[in-house]
Design a binder for this molecule. Sequence first.
Ligand code: FMN
Length: 154
Amino acid sequence: MPVLSGSRTLYRLIYSSRQQIPPADLEHEVGAIIRASIRNNRDVAITGLLLVYEGYFLQALEGPAEAVVTTYRRILDDTRHEGAKVLIAGPAATREFADWNMCARRMTPGDDAILDTLNARKLFQPETFSGPAALRLLKVVRAIQDRTQTALPG
Ligand SMILES: Cc1cc2nc3c(=O)[nH]c(=O)nc-3n(C[C@H](O)[C@H](O)[C@H](O)COP(=O)(O)O)c2cc1C
């Protein structure tokens, strides 16, 4: 018997998409996305991280496979973004974003030093990232978030 089987298998999906939100509404809309995410993801054991940067979203979703796929399908229908491209989808050994009930990070100029080290600053086009590169970037973002924000109560 495999240790992990069926619906217990942990899945990770990372996708990028382009924001379709007027700049003046971005803060409000991202807030609404986060509130919906916290409400829904908790119920289906999904964790992850949403990066909001330079007109793009880059999001990791982790959890039971069926929940990840169902959630991603719902997100795909959302008109606040377009051009979604899956960069990684498959089983994962552990949660990389276990502490984050879909916190969002809006990268600021102060974060650019970190993006520089990833060679991502000059041309931030996440749809061109390899899966491992996207995961690496989100892990760096998580580390920044870890230092600068308090986790939402679980
Ligand atoms: C970039 C992006 C990421 C999103 N991430 C999530 C998510 O992780 N979980 C979620 O439930 N909804 C997410 N949403 C919102 C969904 O598209 C949808 O509006 C929401 O799930 C509806 O929830 P409700 O029926 O509870 O209002 C996201 C939307 C966008 C544009």
